[in-house]
Ligand binder design. Structure first.
Ligand code: ZN
Length: 470
């Protein structure tokens, strides 16, 4: 069967498989986690689904490691090098009430397949899987073995890949199709910080901010923020709020509550690696709340959120932003904001930085600039990564894109993190086409079904080329 015949004949089955994968809610759920389901039932079920496709389709070499990751393999067993195609089947949480389609169903409207994970990255998962199947069915011989490596915790801690590498070793070269068909040969370092401060009230007769909460994941710009306020006149607050919404062009609701009000503010949620494309509901809500006088500690905290963190996309006001010619600017996202009166207030920051900086430096600078904050480095495992532009992995992927589409693609420094960085000669590559907008982590996330044919052709040729590299 020719490549084109394979692609055409497999479309319907590919689509059915894709919809089945989308219908699994593979958001990590720590409340339901145990040793058999280390990230809860969803991510494990999605991994099992991928392996079940492999069994159905006659792959003979596959496995599951520690219930966290899996692989499907082709090529010579005793090859010196391994090509890794690194994917993930977990997804980020949804604000279901804001979606126009059922997030875990796989609804098709006008060539768009809607669902959480359709763009990040279950569409790429299914394309990569079928590309591997095309090469298996063709039974050509390769220099390298090829493994489709399936992670289940990419959206959180990446312990899935740690477990996999510990058991199976690290692939030498490859790519992760977790973005655009641009060869992202450089990725920034990423650190997560918790900024902790005391929110014990000193003067309870003032206005009181009972809580302010927003965000579920460090790497997502919060799209909704909620707060409750006591000892403040509702009518005046309502007036100020309507003016605020108009001025900032935002939406939200305010509701009278015993001696105060409850409030919901909608921002615009995007991936935390591009905070300047979103609108952080938490910092906007803090900006609104500056209109009222609260306790001293609450005011200090609101000021920090509304004046320092608000729109500080490049961490400049916070004092930790740097810029380098090879890797660009540091970016900053306040992904989780959690204040509750008389408890410990927390702001979780997601920081992406060029070579020459580190999470520890960020901690030092923040604690120095804001002595009332205690900064904790939660994770600084992702160091900046770079594959030289003349590496054959890079040059092959660039030329295959041109061969298939007739158009040029280019190199890029990624502000996001993909599994590509986990391999010495690993890049991020595919499967959105240049110019298509990413809907990753957004409301009404979708996959463009017209991408199926050209993306499949590029992936088959790319995997084949890497399988034959020295
Ligand atoms: Zn992803």
């Amino acid at each position: 069967m020719s490549e084109d015949e394979f692609i055409e004949k497999n479309y319907n089955q590919w689509l059915t498989d894709f919809q089945e994968l989308l219908s699994i809610n593979s958001v990590r759920d720590d409340h339901l986690a145990d040793t058999v389901h280390p990230y809860g039932p969803g991510p494990k079920a999605a991994l099992k689904k991928m392996i079940s496709f492999a069994i159905r389709d006659g792959f003979t070499r596959f496995g599951v490691i520690d219930n966290r990751a899996g692989y499907i393999e082709i090529g010579p067993k005793d090859a010196r090098q391994t090509v890794g195609i690194l994917i993930h089947v977990d997804v980020v949480p949804v604000d279901k009430e804001l979606w126009n389609y059922e997030p875990f169903a796989g609804t098709i409207v006008d060539d768009r397949l809607y669902g959480r994970g359709s763009d990040d990255m279950k569409g790429s998962d299914m394309l990569s899987y079928y590309a591997l199947k095309a090469l298996k069915d063709r039974s050509s011989t390769f220099k390298n073995k090829v493994r489709l490596i399936i992670g289940t915790d990419e959206e959180n801690d990446w312990q899935d890949m740690e477990a996999y590498f510990t058991a199976e070793g690290r692939p030498d070269l490859g790519f992760s199709p977790d973005g655009d068909f641009i060869v992202e040969n450089a990725e920034k370092g990423i650190a997560h910080l918790d900024l902790i401060s005391d929110s014990k009230i000193l003067n309870p007769s003032n206005g009181q901010l009972l809580f302010l909460r927003a965000g579920k994941a460090s790497n997502v710009v919060p799209g909704v923020a909620r707060a409750a306020v006591k000892n403040v006149a509702f009518n005046r607050a309502q007036e100020i709020f309507q003016d605020f919404l108009k001025k900032e062009q935002l939406t939200g609701q305010i509701e009278e509550d015993s001696d105060g009000f409850k409030i919901i503010l909608n921002g615009f949620s995007v991936h935390g690696s591009t905070p300047d494309e979103g609108r952080n509901a938490a910092t906007y809500l803090a900006l609104f709340l500056l209109n009222f006088d609260f306790d001293e500690r609450t005011n200090r905290w609101l000021n920090f959120l509304a004046k320092t963190i608000h729109q500080d996309y490049f961490a400049e006001k916070l004092g930790i932003g740097i810029t380098t010619p090879e890797m660009g600017k540091t970016t900053l996202n306040a992904g989780i904001v959690d204040l509750e009166i008389n408890k410990t207030a927390k702001i979780n920051l997601n920081l992406r930085y060029p070579i020459g900086f580190s999470g520890l430096k960020a901690v030092e600078i923040i604690e120095n600039n804001f002595p009332w904050i205690k900064a904790y480095l939660r994770d600084d495992g992702l160091k900046p990564h770079l594959v030289p532009a003349d590496d054959p992995v890079v040059t092959n992927l660039l030329s295959i894109y041109k061969q298939v589409t007739g158009k040029e693609t280019h190199l890029n420094v990624s502000a996001g993190a993909s599994f590509g960085r986990l391999m010495p000669r690993g890049v991020c590559y595919g499967t959105r086409f240049i110019g298509q907008q990413s809907t990753a982590h957004q409301i009404d996330e979708y996959f463009n079904l017209q991408n199926y044919q050209p993306a499949m052709r590029i992936l088959i040729k790319s995997i084949e080329a890497l399988a034959n590299l020295d």
